[in-house]
Design a protein around this ligand. Structure first.
Ligand code: AMP
Length: 280
């Protein structure tokens, strides 16, 4: 496994290999867990070379505190990557990718960016678009892997690739969960013992919504979730939305031909957790 911190060096090696090797790319912010590794394993199945980036991207954080406290575990990450069969790791400094100013470009993702995470994390998806576009320009992979854990991000990247006509296939990857149902996240390591014990409640409620989706109305389910969290001593609901999977617009009534997904964001103390589930 080769580790790079300079864009021109990794790009040179990838371009040399690209003609007769397929390149799979998995962007991450590090503090790797089994969820990330599942993306790498999937990339390994269909690509000759798997490239993973580790970069905590400052422009996608709306809260300075969250950026400062984001877990950084590079030594352990590199060990996990070596064991998972990753071929190349890209760990640039901030100054390598943001050469002038640490600033996001502005994107138009056709309204996808105005829903859910976009409403509650100002500028977040401009930051995501900025960094993923930079990575795509440097790595130029055939395939790029994104987790459904960040479903809105996945749809936004698909939209960006389409509008920029990039020759990159975006591969979605299922949410990887702890045995108690909590979606794996780098932020889980910051939960206190009591918060960690409470957190599987999020997935439990999503499963209840899924089980009742065919027979209950959307407004009933919306109320149901809000009530479930009102009584909770540790977890605080930021939003719960049932939305059309494609447009990500909040659904008011069910249409028979559409696919729906439930999306949730919850605070445990200052730690923000997100999750989602397919409903039909
Ligand atoms: P992050 O390091 O949080 O930016 O995540 C890097 C990639 O891993 C993103 O595409 C995430 O959606 C994906 N990911 C993170 N957690 C999980 C999980 N529990 N299951 C599947 N994919 C995940």
């Amino acid at each position: 496994m080769q580790v790079y911190s300079k864009s021109n060096l990794i790009q040179k090696d990838i371009l040399r290999l690209k003609n007769d090797h397929s390149i799979g790319f998995v962007p991450t912010m590090g503090a790797l867990h089994k969820g990330h590794i599942s993306l790498i394993k999937k990339a390994k199945e269909t690509n000759d070379i798997v490239v993973v980036s580790i970069f905590v991207n400052p422009t996608q954080f709306d809260k300075k505190e969250d950026l400062i406290h984001y877990p950084r575990t590079l030594k352990g990450d590199l060990k996990l990557l070596e064991e998972s069969g990753c071929d190349m790791v890209f760990t640039p400094e901030v100054s390598e990718l943001y050469t002038d100013k640490i600033e996001a470009e502005h994107f138009n993702f056709k309204g996808l960016e105005n829903q859910m995470e976009g409403k509650f994390r100002e500028g977040h998806f401009d930051g995501v678009g900025t960094i993923v576009r930079k990575f795509f320009q440097i790595i130029q992979p055939h395939h790029a892997y994104f987790g459904e854990k960040d479903f809105q991000q996945l749809q936004i990247i698909r939209s960006m690739v389409k509008s920029l006509n990039l020759p990159i296939k975006i591969i979605p990857c299922e949410i990887y969960r702890e045995s108690d149902g909590l979606a794996m996240s780098s932020r889980n390591s910051r939960l206190t013992y009591d918060q960690r014990k409470a957190a599987p409640f999020i997935y439990k409620v999503l499963k209840e919504v899924q089980a009742n989706f065919q027979t209950k109305s959307i407004s009933f389910l919306q109320n149901f979730v809000e009530e479930r969290f009102k009584q909770h001593p540790i977890l605080h609901l930021e939003y719960f939305t049932i939305a059309d999977e494609k447009t990500l617009k909040t659904a008011i009534r069910k249409g028979s031909t559409k696919k729906y997904r439930a999306f949730i964001a919850v605070y445990a103390g200052t730690i923000r957790l997100i999750d989602n589930i397919s409903l039909n």
